[in-house]
Design a protein around this ligand. Structure first.
Ligand code: URA
Length: 236
């Protein structure tokens, strides 16, 4: 009967659509497109690849997408990974201020609205609000001793991290300043939410097993998904 056919189709199609979408992504996008993106209803998820591509992605996004009819009340999230300062690995840091390597605030969080409230509602992982230090370098720039170059001692490194902690810095990454700056200038609501992969007081190398890292990386996504569902009225 037509009902039966409809029911079979509805069971097969979503699967087939997903398979086809993944096939197309593998064949058309993945090899050539550094800015892989997915759109699910009003949610656009873009992977910018290397940090230096973030500003290109933001320029393209803001230039082409935002003026599209129907595109309004936009909120941008940067979700990513970071090195924690004095936090257990796996802690999610919601950025209050993005600061430079002298701990000087570069940009305040544009708008977080209910993101902190969302985090309180989500159990299962620790979440804090703190300053995020944004650097131009992963090694010396973040006080690491294990790069090709290192011009300071272990004691100087720890002293630097202590000073950062006193200044309210809770994590270090490499994208928050450009993200916050562009959103601020373009008057877009935005939030930076990164999970910490290690506690920098305890080391420089990320030695956490892969499956644990994968779970950690899902944490900012959970928080943002919760925020989006609330925003869309899908949950109370
Ligand atoms: N990203 C960074 O920039 N630093 C870290 O320590 C981890 C992720």
């Amino acid at each position: 009967s037509s009902t039966m056919i409809a029911s079979v189709i509805s069971k097969i199609l979503p699967n087939r659509m997903r398979t086809f979408a993944q096939f197309i992504i593998r064949n058309i996008c993945e090899e050539t497109d550094p800015l892989l993106h997915y759109k699910v209803r009003p949610v656009l998820s873009i992977s910018h690849g290397m940090g230096c591509l973030l500003s290109i992605m933001l320029h393209e996004l803001i230039k082409w997408l935002l003026p599209t009819p129907g595109c309004r009340d936009v909120v941008l999230f940067r979700i990513g990974t970071s090195g924690g300062i004095g936090l257990a690995p796996g802690t999610v840091v919601i950025t209050d201020k993005a600061v430079d390597s002298f701990f000087r605030p570069q940009f305040e969080q544009v708008v977080l609205e209910r993101a902190p409230a969302c985090s309180a509602e989500l159990s299962g992982f620790p979440t804090v609000i703190g300053n995020t230090m944004c650097t131009h370098d992963f090694y010396e720039g973040q006080g690491r001793l294990d790069g090709a170059l290192c011009s300071f001692s272990t004691e100087e490194k720890l002293e630097y991290l202590r000073k950062a902690h006193e200044a309210g810095v809770r994590n270090i990454e490499m994208e928050s300043t450009v993200f916050a700056a562009m959103c601020r200038v373009c008057n877009l609501k935005a939030a930076v939410i990164c999970v910490t992969l290690l506690n920098r007081f305890e080391g420089d190398q990320i030695s956490t097993p892969h499956d644990v890292l994968v779970e950690y990386q899902s944490r900012p996504q959970c928080l943002v998904a919760h925020f989006i569902k609330k925003r869309l009225g899908l949950i109370a």
